[in-house]
Design a protein around this ligand. Structure first.
Ligand code: BDR
Ligand code: CA
Length: 327
């Protein structure tokens, strides 16, 4: 079992990613840390606990992280994720309290003790804080998967920038630089691949038919998100970025990419852009693995086979989901 920390900003697609992680026997989620991104870190932490309650996993601690980006003013994405960050489902808070340690302390203490992997689904502020203070701990990170950036695909909050890296470009830039110094690579799951992952009304209906409880939960989260996608992108359905990062961590064959040296621009009209030296102009040692291709149908079966339960509580086999090929 891989021991992981999930750093996130739930967030509708973060919530789906958490559901996937918690339904995957390959992962042991040591803790969830939140950061201000889609919603303020404290609201994100409450949302993470709502997902934990739905998944009967309130035993997993949730640590509240950095409230604002390193330097820029904080810009949330509540226009996309709703006033509550959960698609205006307004689910009640889960019972219980938060640990007294914050996200940065938890990350630091855990990495001091053991090698763990980190799946980062929001702006990289918490990680930048930890690694700038303790660059020695980068060696303790087994794998770092970051949902963010884009290589050839256009941005989703500026012509060139993806939201997580745009929201706190300095944090992303620091992480890529520090990983370069440490001779390690960040695996970048950017918009090139996540944009291909669309949850359609038909697939959602399919989930509702096979597992009404999970289906209704997902419906409550995604109605708002689907309306947003129709209004701004004329897409029927919604792009769910974050679950692909979790799926790829479990099964590296779900995406294909290449190693490269990458920097993140922090200023001006290119704020948050990932500058990927794919042609090796700079002759720098790769500090990233950039994912550019994925099989969206395979991902969807992988996702559904895990998050949906059968009536007896067991999981679906991917081959049992052949009906998915017809919708
Ligand atoms: C990323 O930003 C957020 O809107 C999503 O949760 C995802 O992590 C996509 O750009
Ligand atoms: Ca996110």
């Amino acid at each position: 079992m891989d021991r992981v920390i999930i750093d996130c900003d739930p967030g509708i697609d973060d919530s789906l990613a958490l559901m996937l992680a918690l339904s995957s026997p390959e992962l042991e989620v040591l803790g969830i840390t939140t950061v201000s991104g889609n919603v303020p870190a404290e609201m994100g932490a409450k949302n993470a606990r709502k997902v934990l309650q739905q998944m009967n996993r309130l035993d997993i601690p949730v640590y509240i992280g950095e409230a604002v980006p390193l330097r820029y003013e904080y810009t949330d994405a509540m226009d996309t994720h709703g006033k509550d960050g959960m698609g205006e489902s307004f689910l009640p808070d889960a019972p219980g309290t938060f640990p007294s340690a914050d996200a940065v302390e938890f990350l630091e203490k855990t990495l001091e003790k053991e090698q763990v992997s980190v799946i980062a689904l929001g702006p990289m502020t918490n990680l930048a804080r930890v690694f700038s203070k303790r660059p020695d701990l980068i060696g303790q990170v087994k794998d770092l998967i970051s949902m963010g950036g884009s290589f050839r695909s256009h941005g989703n909050c500026s012509p060139v920038a993806e939201y997580n890296y745009w929201c706190d470009p300095d944090a992303a830039a620091v992480c890529y630089k520090l990983f370069a110094d440490a001779g390690k690579k960040i695996e970048m799951i950017g918009l090139d691949v996540t944009r291909k992952i669309v949850l359609t009304p038909n697939i959602r209906e399919y989930i509702c038919r096979l597992d009404p409880e999970t289906g209704e939960f997902i419906r409550r989260l995604t109605d708002f998100y689907m309306d947003f996608h129709w209004e701004y992108e004329k897409i029927i359905g919604c792009v769910i970025n974050d679950p692909l990062a979790v799926a790829y961590f479990i099964d590296r064959s779900l995406c294909r990419g290449f190693d490269s040296y990458t920097e993140v621009e922090t200023e001006g009209i290119c704020r948050g852009q990932t500058v990927v030296d794919s042609m090796n102009f700079w002759r720098r040692k790769p500090n990233s693995h950039i994912l550019i291709e994925t099989d969206s149908r395979r991902f969807m079966k992988f996702f559904l086979a895990r998050v949906m339960k059968k009536q007896d509580g067991s999981r679906w086999l991917e081959e049992e989901l052949s009906l998915l090929d017809t919708i």
